[in-house]
Design a binder for this molecule. Sequence first.
Ligand code: C5P
Ligand code: C5P
Length: 487
Amino acid sequence: MSKNREKFNESLKVASEVLKDSKFVWIISHHDADGLSAAGLLAKSLMRLGVLFHIRILFQPTYSIISSLLKSESSVLVFCDMGSGQIDQIIKVFKDYPDRRRQVIILDHHQPLLEDFEDSEIVHVNPMLFGFDGAEEISASGVTYFVARALDEKNKDLSSLALVGALGDKQDKEENHGFYGLNREILEDGKSVGAIVEIEDIRIFGRERDPIPLAVEYTIDPLVPGVSLSPETCNKFLSGLNIPLKKDGVWRTISDLSDEEKQKLLEAIVEKIAEKRREDKTSIFKEIFGKEYIFPQESRDSYTRNAREYDALIASCGRSSKNGVGVSICLGDRGETYKEGVKIFNEYRAKFARSLQWFINNEKKAVEQLKHTQFIDGRGVVDEFIMSHLASVIAINRLLSPEKPLLTIAGFSEDLVKISGRANEYLVKKGVNLGLAMREASTLINEGAVGGGHNIAAGAKVPENLLEKFLKIVDEIIAKQLISSQD
Ligand code: C5P
Ligand code: C5P
């Protein structure tokens, strides 16, 4: 489908006009970094309009959740980062309870379930309907940003939050970890109003703030095998480089290093990754060196100054079920709630490090191979939110074979399990679409299974007793996707 910018703009205009005329808006958004940023972004633009709002953060809207949300007193309900896959459920609630008909706006970038439907009370804003790539060139925060910009050009400063959401969804897919398409346009807006500065540097966590050993230890994108998340081996690795780590008794940061020192560190990191991955060093170099997005209005010692760190901070709040803290940070809190966020982040990092270590120590036992997919069963060991993060880290760092999609399993509730699916560009090019596979397998299983997402990253919730059947069906669907793309 070719891109139709005019039609996309029309849908933005309709959504912005509804918002302008509203009195009280319910914002319903997803608990990940993209969802939290989208909620914060929309709330900020409504505040500027003087429109009252209420925010509710969810994992996924089911029929019963949608039904109870539509009972609310608000005039308008906005679903951010969700809704496109649940339009049928919204329509069903409207039909089952005519008194719950409300104006609904969907600001989403997931693969839509229904493209053509007639319902004047649902404004569906999803760039995928107009030929844009929702997995890689625009996030839900990006869609929300375009609505905010349609409300008022002054909202261009909110472009920074839109990029935090895009990074949360791993959309820095252009050469050197840049953005393309609609995300690029958002970046240019941010640069034009001085909200974002784009630089190229060694991509290490906390480059302007953290002591070098801490920064290197906490870098997991990319993961430096045997160095990331392990203080002892990280210190040993750094001491072998002969780079002074302190100046006048004060820790130096990555941004304090001279060009030669940075080069030395870069080469050593590339060498370490190459030992494990046996990939060509130029491509590894490209992973560790690239674009960083700085928000100059934020203080130097804040995680919110660097877009990737901002993403990590609020994502850890979502994954720790502290959504309110994540949203408050997006709304601009840099006081007590921000400090609480940093505490949550540090606790989360420690938990994540233990889960990653579990995977590394048990790789052989933990991974099971099916014909076209591979899966890790983390039930009873890794909690559901950490598991989906671990799935992303394993896939992005190619810790398992990139030839097959990865599915991870974690406990969700007494009788449901949570599946996270991760592919890569290579598999997507070969025809893999995990979002469709998860949705189709859930429909076939029926019995309360729900699934969907993007071609490259998707998820499902499945009754535990049907897990084996579900995995087998997904494996068969992936086989069909691979074959049909060869035709
Ligand atoms: O719901 P939503 O679209 O926001 O979430 C997408 C999820 O998939 C995020 O957790 C993101 O980190 C993950 N992802 C990934 N690898 C990609 C693209 C997305 O792990 N290439
Ligand atoms: O939870 P996880 O990060 O694995 O989700 C990956 C992607 O799949 C996200 O975009 C999420 O919104 C989507 N998903 C979905 N339906 C589910 C579970 C996840 O659409 N039941």
